[in-house]
Ligand binder design. Structure first.
Ligand code: APR
Length: 243
């Protein structure tokens, strides 16, 4: 049984990190056009770096919650028992999934702890701030930028994600409003080849209509509950098949 799990900002909310579209969310305070487009960066690179530097330091002080840990445990269980493929796709740029132990993970919107050079393409881990220190260590040009996918840029890992959606039996989305494509279309893609689709979210978002099942509640509660159920059912199914 092949699984694809998609997460959004809601899975990190109980770790203290702001979501985007809540009344007190990131986009309530800061316009997307000012911090999350190529034009914004060209206009005010240090202002954009400051926005991501602040989010980077908040994420460094945050801790993975029970939802992050449950998904990491599910992946490990899936791998140890060879139940099938497991892919975690996150829209989040924090590193809480990695710190919880997730391995087969795609950050389709980039990562706070990474930077790349716009001149020579060099990509590097960068835990410290980028503002006022954007010199590339390779070409020495002042050309480093946050490794974040800005609006209008291509998300990361799409060929691998699309391939996994084609062969998955179950697609699960957790903590996302399904506002931004292509992630918002993954449920339909998975459903078009017969996959079941489960939505785990605090409230019913618009794109809930594309799911065959939905559970509402805080991720730190409903994600571990679901994980323990699917591990239990997989164990019983595979055990009865003698695997
Ligand atoms: N548990 C579960 N779900 C939650 C919780 C929680 N504790 N708190 C909030 N949510 C849900 C909200 O109900 C909402 O549906 O998480 C979702 C967060 O939605 P958004 O703020 O729109 O975040 P996200 O879906 O990740 O945004 C997608 O938009 O601006 C871009 O790049 C940005 O990756 C982001 C993308």
């Amino acid at each position: 049984m092949n699984l694809v799990v998609l997460t959004g900002a809601g899975i990190s909310a109980e770790s203290g990190l702001a979501t985007f579209r809540a009344a007190d969310g990131l986009w309530a305070d800061q316009a997307i056009e000012d911090v999350c487009t190529p034009d914004a960066f060209a206009r005010d690179p240090n202002g954009v770096c400051q926005f991501y530097d602040e989010r980077k330091s908040l994420a460094a002080r945050a801790r993975p919650n029970a939802a992050h840990r449950a998904l990491a445990a599910l992946e490990q269980h899936w791998r140890e028992h060879s139940y099938g493929d497991f892919l975690l796709v996150t829209q989040n740029v924090d590193d809480l999934h990695e710190r919880a132990g997730s391995k087969n993970l795609i950050h389709m919107h980039g990562r706070l702890n990474s930077a790349f050079c716009m001149e020579c393409g060099f990509q590097m881990v960068r835990h410290g701030p980028l503002e006022d220190s954007r010199e590339c260590p390779i070409c020495q040009l002042e050309a480093l930028r946050p490794d974040i996918v800005f609006f209008g840029e291509a998300p990361r890992g799409l060929p691998q994600i699309q391939a996994a959606l084609k062969t998955c039996h179950l697609f699960v989305a957790a903590g996302t409003s399904g506002t931004v494509f292509p992630a918002a279309g993954f449920a339909q893609e998975a459903g078009s080849q017969g996959a079941k689709r489960l939505l785990l979210n605090l409230e019913r978002p618009e794109f809930a209509e594309h799911f065959s099942a939905m559970r509402l509640g805080p991720a730190s509660q409903i994600v571990p509950e679901w994980v323990s159920e699917i591990v239990g059912s997989a164990t019983s199914v595979f055990r009865s098949d003698g695997q």
